[in-house]
Design a protein around this ligand. Structure first.
Ligand code: ATP
Ligand code: MG
Length: 177
């Protein structure tokens, strides 16, 4: 049994069809920021709307928050442009991971880049094998590939037994964006 005070950088995955993946990751950042830990986020998808978390992130000195995606792919008419955005997001993520400056990095919706074949999960795992020992990584998004979940220390799969959208209730400010 290892000592409970031992520091270990974990790989956490929040996946599944239910709501709460990105917000679970942001909840951990809230906790970490309270501990004075330097945090980073790279968002691989950018929706039409500004989100509350992006606005708030600008006010927090210990948080670097990058939105690198070029729009929801299903809104986009240019897949090459989205691929380019995903590759740039990964370059930024890689720099941050290897910089040694952060204690936690969230790769938000990176699973979409895997899904569209813009980024290989193996490439991400290779970079994670070179990361600083005490850096925690959080991956979010639906349909996380098993090669990633197999390597993870924690996997939470969020189901969707109910969602207001199914009853025709639109996204609510503060709850969804
Ligand atoms: P959140 O950012 O609220 O934690 P998420 O990261 O789990 O959500 P995504 O797959 O990134 O979910 O989807 C983002 C948006 O889609 C959110 O506005 C969320 O409310 C909505 N959404 C998430 N799950 C569902 C669902 N099962 N049905 C309909 N809309 C959903
Ligand atoms: Mg999300």
């Amino acid at each position: 049994m290892k000592s409970s005070s031992e520091k270990k950088g974990l790989l956490l995955v929040f996946t599944g069809p239910g709501k709460g993946k990105t917000t679970a990751a942001l909840g951990i950042l809230f906790r970490s920021l309270g501990r004075g830990l330097k945090c980073g986020v790279v968002q691989y998808l950018k929706g039409k709307w500004e989100t509350g978390e992006r606005k708030f992130a600008k006010t927090i000195p210990d948080l670097e928050f990058y939105v690198m995606g070029l729009g929801f792919t299903w809104e986009s008419d240019d897949l090459d442009r989205d691929k380019e955005a995903a590759r740039k997001a990964w370059q930024k993520s890689k720099e941050m991971i290897l910089s040694g400056m952060y204690k936690i990095i969230v790769l938000d919706e990176i699973t979409y880049a895997f899904h569209y074949g813009w980024l290989e999960p193996e490439e991400v795992l290779q970079t994670l094998s070179d990361k600083p020992k005490d850096l925690h990584i959080i991956i979010t998004g639906r349909n996380c590939p098993s090669i990633i979940t197999d390597s993870a220390d924690l996997v939470s799969y969020i189901e969707s037994p109910k969602h207001p959208y199914k009853n025709g209730i639109p996204a609510q400010i503060g709850i969804d964006y």
